[in-house]
Design a protein around this ligand. Structure first.
Ligand code: ADP
Ligand code: MG
Length: 390
């Protein structure tokens, strides 16, 4: 738990306090890449302030803008750290990275990973940083609350949605998994493997395994472009007791770290045949994300109830709680500064504006021993016993 350095104090953490239901939208502008530099590409995106970005003469305002010189650490302090605190407090939390291929989504979510726990790379991204910080904070919380025997337990899963099929990245033989819904626990992926984790070391191992299994497709636009959505999930449960009694409360929260497929329109990548079919399905999840966000934004503005078609794609079905539901959501929209990307950048900036309008309804997920629901459950069990005795 390092103290922020001076340069980081200039990057205020986003306010994701419990009273705040809005989705946090952050735009991150990457530096020009080698190719753009050699071609002396024209820079069309300019950071105007910590919340305002301009594309040519159009200005857009968001919760935060991270400029081309923003460090991974600064982005973590801005977006990751508040989410860690949310999770510990029992709120479901999600971070999504959106943007065209090559705009910096994977760099932001994962960054450069080192093989060694002892020498983590300065360029590691949000996912490793969030998890490191989560474990450090858990240790701290358990120590402070030793009298209440506060104990945390975390389990992780890692999946990929590719061509509308879900693959378990921790067990890649598990393909085409199905999404199911449980009335009590909500939406889950059937047969998805979960691993218990209790240290940064455990997580590093899991992340490395999953990332190695991540499918990377090639397009003419960027040979390393990813056409899949990856979802890393950590379920955090805490139990505490009061004075020699049984468990008096259980809190649980779900943290989703989502690296979306490239948002570019298909015509630019010169896809054909099988690739195009894949693209259609990949776009199905992404375009459905766009649809859901549009409807949610409209609902937030009009206050009128509307059916939200979460189930029309794997991505929106799986992550429905993050979109307008019981979760805090931060959406990082990544853009390139170069004029060659202007039209995709404009489309990302517009997407980011619509996402800002969504209202979520995050609540602390907690069951207390004296909760009405728990009492009701006890009554029901006693009644069952009585009927059996009769
Ligand atoms: P995406 O996942 O959106 O397709 P990547 O994250 O793979 O894009 O980024 C494309 C390239 O640009 C990578 O080589 C990456 O290292 C580099 N890059 C992206 N964002 C930044 C940044 N903020 N600072 C430095 N390099 C970056
Ligand atoms: Mg990527």
């Amino acid at each position: 738990w390092d103290t922020p350095t001076d340069s980081l104090q200039a990057t205020p953490a986003l306010d994701v306090s419990s009273a705040d239901t809005g989705v946090k939208v952050i735009v991150r502008v990457r530096p020009m890449n080698k190719k753009e530099e050699t071609e002396e590409a024209e820079q069309v995106v300019h950071m105007m302030s910590s919340t305002c970005v301009a594309l040519a003469d159009q200005q857009f305002t968001y919760d935060a803008v991270a400029g081309e010189n923003s460090s991974q650490e600064a982005v973590f302090h801005m977006v990751g750290l508040p989410m860690v605190e949310n999770c510990l407090a029992g709120f479901n939390s999600s971070i999504f990275a959106y943007g065209q291929t090559g705009s910096g989504k994977t760099h932001t979510m994962w960054g450069v990973m080192s093989d060694s726990d002892d020498f983590p790379s300065d360029d590691r991204g949000l996912t490793p940083r969030v998890l490191e910080s989560l474990f450090a904070r858990i240790q701290e919380e358990e120590m402070i609350n030793a009298d209440k025997q506060l104990l945390y337990q975390c389990r992780c899963s890692f999946l990929e949605i590719y061509n509308e099929q879900i693959t378990d990245l921790l067990e890649p033989s598990q393909r085409n998994l199905l999404i199911r819904e449980d009335t009590k626990t909500g939406v889950y992926v059937d047969s998805l493997s979960e691993e218990f984790v209790s240290s940064v070391h455990d997580v590093t191992r899991i992340l490395a395994k999953g990332l190695a299994n991540r499918r990377v497709g090639a397009t003419t636009m960027n040979s390393e472009s990813s056409r899949s959505h990856s979802v890393f999930t950590c379920v955090i449960e805490s139990r505490s007791k009061s004075e020699g009694e049984g468990i008096s409360s259980v809190r649980s929260s779900r943290l989703n770290l989502v690296d979306l497929a490239g948002s570019e329109r298909q015509k630019q990548t010169g896809s054909a045949g099988e690739r195009l079919k894949e693209a259609g399905n990949i776009n199905k999840s992404l375009s459905q994300l766009g649809n859901v966000i549009n409807i949610l934004a409209e609902v937030a503005q009009s206050g009128k109830h509307r059916h939200i078609p979460y189930r029309d794609s794997r991505l929106t079905f799986l992550l429905q709680e993050s979109l307008g539901g019981n979760a805090k959501l931060a959406m990082i929209c990544a853009v390139s500064p170069a004029s060659s990307c202007r039209s995709e950048t404009l489309s990302t900036l517009r997407f980011a504006q619509r996402a800002k309008a969504i209202q979520n309804k995050a609540v602390v997920n907690e069951e207390k021993a004296n909760d009405v629901n728990l009492l009701r459950e006890q009554i029901r069990q006693l009644k069952d016993e009585l009927t059996r005795m009769k």
